[in-house]
Design a protein around this ligand. Structure first.
Ligand code: FAD
Length: 416
């Protein structure tokens, strides 16, 4: 903490959103940016992600956040010194029913209108492009050649390197305890386990723990955490990147991509109540594994090299949160910005981080108009007035451990 008692900005949470936000603030010219992390940088969801990076979203917000983030990843080495291992492999979202075909074609029109390189592939075109997929199982799909994946561990290394290189003050093993507010209500400092940091500018992140971070800061944030599982099969030549590319099973909410010669696949159980992930759900994993083997037959009978479960962040409407912290009466806490990527931190993280930095410095952002994406869209029970983005994992619809989960969502709208 020595020398860090006064800051031009304090960013809470050292995941990909907080890490890149601190770096963007420093690059915006703030002399003293302090990044406060309870554990170690990247110890939250960011190091445990699957790395899927998709601009094929279900809303204009999602598409724009995805496109901006992909641009960032493509130019990151020149801008930040280290890349995040982004590979633009191409991403198919197959449709399994006529309703899904119609929805997907409407999305392609919306996405193309925003400048995304995306098109509808017939069954024959998709089979030719992704020969590892079982033929005749889907009715065609939307395909974006620029969608791809990052290496989440390398992304953590990249923002650490960028922050250290450009002089962000990093305080690990230091947790936010609360905010110090001035007589006018605005923020004057951040109380941490290492002492007070005086500042008039704070960005709150925290991934799946953002609700707790918010509570400590005096603001109610509708973000939850739920178990998410990822597995990687043994290598097999049939799973080479040019054979398998990236894809979704639109009906089951399982996605996959090549990894180390094998297939990485990830899933969330829509019928599971929210809460931190403490162990692997082997029976659900087994069910999904069989489904993957039906669609990518080369995975049948392969052993698993790696399996992990971790807590993923989500928002009730599957959209990001970007805006001022609000006090109990709903008034903005001057100087405090809240940022959540809503479970899409790899595909939207850089854009969310840049917007949070812009909001903290100027109150607005040229990346995206986020006036509808603030905390004021939620009621006291965390219900959003926005229509949920239909292209998201089967996250719970509430952020508390109530029995009502995403079971009521239409099948086929649960994709990563
Ligand atoms: C298994 C899994 C797979 C995923 N796959 C993908 C994917 O393929 N594509 C995609 O786009 N997204 C994916 N995600 C989601 C993505 O990882 C997250 O959206 C993203 O990492 C969130 O970043 P963050 O910086 O907001 O949060 P985090 O990375 O969780 O960082 C928050 C940090 O805040 C710290 N913190 C908490 N409380 C405090 C406090 N009081 N004081 C100080 N610090 C505190 C935590 O220690 C943590 O380090 C996946 C997530 C999981 C778990």
């Amino acid at each position: 903490m020595r020398g860090a008692e006064v800051a031009d900005a304090v960013v809470v949470g050292g995941g990909t959103v907080g890490g890149w936000c601190a770096w963007f603030l420093r690059r915006a010219g703030l002399a003293r940016v302090v990044l406060v992390e309870r554990a170690q940088l990247g110890k939250g969801a960011s190091s445990r992600a699957a790395g899927m990076v998709r601009a094929q979203g279900g809303t204009a917000w999602a598409v724009r956040l995805g496109m901006w983030s992909q641009d960032f990843y493509r130019t990151q080495r020149e801008r930040a010194g280290v890349d995040s291992g982004f590979v633009a492999l191409g991403y198919l979202m197959p449709a399994f029913s006529q309703a899904q075909v119609d929805q997907a074609k409407a999305r392609v029109a919306m996405q193309s209108g925003l400048g995304l390189d995306v098109s509808w592939l017939s069954v024959e075109e998709a089979d030719a492009l992704l020969p590892a997929m079982a033929p005749g199982r889907h009715l065609g799909g939307s395909y974006a050649p620029g969608d791809g994946y990052v290496d989440p561990a390398r992304n953590v290394a990249a923002y650490i390197a960028a922050c250290v290189r450009d002089g962000v003050v990093v305080l690990e093993r230091t947790e936010l305890l609360g905010l110090r507010r001035g007589t006018g209500g605005g923020v004057e400092g951040v109380e941490t386990s290492g002492g007070l940091i005086s500042t008039g500018r704070v960005v709150l992140t925290g991934g799946p723990e953002l609700a707790e971070v918010g509570a400590r800061a005096g603001t109610r944030v509708a973000v939850g955490g739920a178990r998410h599982q990822v597995a990687v099969t043994e290598p097999d030549p049939r799973l080479a990147p040019d054979q398998v590319k990236m894809a979704f099973d639109l009906s089951e909410g399982v996605y996959w991509r090549p990894e180390d010669g094998g297939l990485l696949f990830g899933m969330s159980n829509p019928f599971e109540p929210p809460g931190p992930a403490t162990e692997i759900d082997w029976s659900y994993l087994d069910k999904v594994r069989h489904r993957v083997a039906e669609l990518v037959p080369g995975t049948a009978g392969l052993g698993l090299r790696r399996v992990w479960a971790a807590t993923i962040d989500y928002t009730p409407d599957h959209l990001p949160i970007l805006g001022p912290a609000l006090d109990e009466g709903g008034a903005p806490i001057v100087g405090v910005t809240v940022a959540s990527a809503g479970g899409h931190g790899m595909m939207w993280g850089p854009a969310v981080a840049q917007i949070a930095a812009d909001l903290a410095t100027s109150g607005t952002s040229e990346v995206l108009d986020v006036s509808d994406l603030g905390l004021d869209r939620f009621d006291r029970d965390g219900r959003s007035r926005l229509v949920p983005d239909p292209i998201a994992l089967p996250f719970p619809s509430r952020t508390t451990a109530k029995p009502e989960v995403a079971a009521t969502r239409e099948k086929g709208t649960t994709q990563r």
